[in-house]
Design a protein around this ligand. Structure first.
Ligand code: NAP
Length: 446
């Protein structure tokens, strides 16, 4: 906190005496996931916020509509203005989307000295600077981690962790729908139309898919990232934009032949003191980290002077991931309200963590055995694994004559079960020696 704030108590939200009360504007895909986290994880959140966190009101268009979350009675209202002017509400979470009435409600909430959390990229990419100025003037937080790349924490790293570095370039895959379509075209050689139909079938497209396909959605997110990276206001209209509708399977094949993948890439960089921001399909070498981002996933690749290259990867949309980012912002705002500026999660831990014994870890192993080449060897090796309840996922036998090699990969079992198997194998008369053993990670099993 700076001196100005300390000397101006009228512009600082007063520390909460009781619970920190949340007013939610919108209870659709994202809002219902946020409400679920707030209702189900109360005590864990209380530890991190420095005070109990209470869902106090939920404003929607149609209060009679069934919701994806069971809300306590009396919470739902269609009076969003009543929520932003309710003096008992500390934090307003705007997840209704669109420009109006969202903009008006956020401004009103800020004027009423409420911290605001929003996921509204459209609004931030056009009026972010005005909203930020209003929040500064009122001495409240305006937090928007979920507005770019859903559940991937990228706003806070750019705003805080990299504040001491210079960002040279930000490159992102910021739209899951187009990345899904391009992945299908690349991996299945499907036409754009067939891949789009599949995206539609899986629910990845909006009623009007043009915001995704023509790059508008990615451009709005890039405007927000550019503003953060270069500390100056960039709006959607500043972003040069081209979508993916002209990309053909022939382009994809030609790219493969030359060792490239085609992606819809959002790029922002500072050149001669000016910001250049653009969204367009581009060929990336297969070795580039962004080339490996498949399906509906998003990623942001940041190049800086000192930290070098950083990559943030994850799910860019969906109720759960987006709610994760929003509740993270709610925790930050709640710490301001409760006065726990460095919440317990940051500066100390009350309890020692319970550490699991290393032998209990669930692992898979790759094992190479040098064995005698005679009938029955495979059966006795398999029986040794079975004796320790380790099952074999795959096995390959090679070699003839005196010695042969067995290469095995196990299914998931504990470290202790594997170690027990290895010591039995060492004493098995048909096994000459264990040539190699290594844990296998990154499969669906572990
Ligand atoms: N969906 C995602 O994966 C995702 C990811 C990142 C960011 N976002 C952003 O999060 C925001 C919400 O997206 P969403 O997918 O959750 O939208 P959604 O499913 O359409 O939900 C919108 C909610 O806002 C309510 N609402 C709309 N206009 C209203 C008004 N005038 N007064 C009161 N309530 C109103 C709706 O009420 P009713 O239910 O009664 O109609 C609904 O509950 C958007 O800004 C979006 O860009 C979404």
């Amino acid at each position: 906190m700076n001196d100005d704030h300390q000397n101006s108590p009228d512009v600082v939200a007063a520390p909460a005496a009781g619970p920190v009360r949340i007013g939610l504007l919108g209870c659709g895909v994202v809002g219902s996931a946020v409400a679920r986290v707030l209702l189900e994880q109360g005590s864990a959140l209380q530890n991190r916020a420095g005070a109990p966190v209470e869902l106090a009101a939920v404003a929607v268009r149609d209060p009679q509509k069934p919701r994806n979350v069971e809300l306590p009675s009396g919470l739902v209202t269609n009076d969003a203005r009543g929520v932003v002017s309710d003096p008992t509400i500390d934090i307003v979470v705007e997840v209704m989307g669109g420009m109006e009435p969202a903009a008006r409600l956020i401004i009103e909430a800020i004027r009423n000295k409420k911290h605001v959390v929003t996921a509204n990229k459209e609004l931030l990419a056009s009026s972010g600077s005005e909203l930020m100025a209003a929040a500064d003037a009122a001495g409240v937080d305006l937090l928007f981690e979920a507005s770019v790349a859903g559940g991937i924490p990228v706003v806070r790293p750019l705003k805080e962790s990299l504040a001491g570095d210079r960002v040279r370039r930000v490159m992102g895959i910021l739209n899951g729908t187009t990345n899904f379509i391009l992945t299908r075209m690349s991996e299945n050689e499907e036409s754009f139309e067939i891949a789009l139909a599949e995206a539609d079938r899986l629910g990845y497209t909006e009623a009007d898919p043009s915001a995704d396909l023509e790059g508008h959605d990615a451009a709005a997110k890039l405007a927000i990232l550019s503003s953060l990276a270069y500390g100056a206001h960039v709006v959607t209209g500043d972003v040069e934009r081209e979508g993916i509708t002209k990309v053909s399977v022939d382009d994809v094949r030609a790219a493969h032949d030359m060792g490239y993948e085609i992606k819809l890439v959002a790029v922002a960089e500072e050149v001669d003191g000016m910001v250049s921001a653009r969204v367009h399909p581009a060929m990336l070498p297969k070795t580039h980290p962004l080339a490996a981002v498949r399906n509906e996933f998003n990623a942001v690749f940041v190049e800086t002077d000192h930290a070098g290259e950083l990559m943030f990867y994850g799910r860019g949309a969906g109720g759960g991931p987006t709610a994760s980012a929003i509740v993270g912002d709610i925790m930050e705002a709640a710490r301001s309200v409760s006065g726990a500026f460095q919440g317990p999660a940051y500066h100390h831990y009350d309890e020692k963590a319970a550490i699991r014994a290393p032998g209990e870890a669930a692992v898979r192993y790759y094992i190479v055995l040098s064995v005698l080449d005679r009938p029955g060897v495979l059966a006795s090796v398999a029986a040794t694994f079975a004796d320790s309840n380790v099952s074999i996922a795959s096995v390959r036998q090679e070699g003839h004559g005196q010695a042969a090699t067995l290469t095995l990969i196990t299914h998931t079992a504990t470290e202790a079960q594997h170690q027990e198997t290895f010591s039995r194998l060492e004493h098995l008369d048909v096994v000459d020696r264990i040539e190699s053993q290594m844990r296998v990670l990154g499969t669906d099993e572990v």
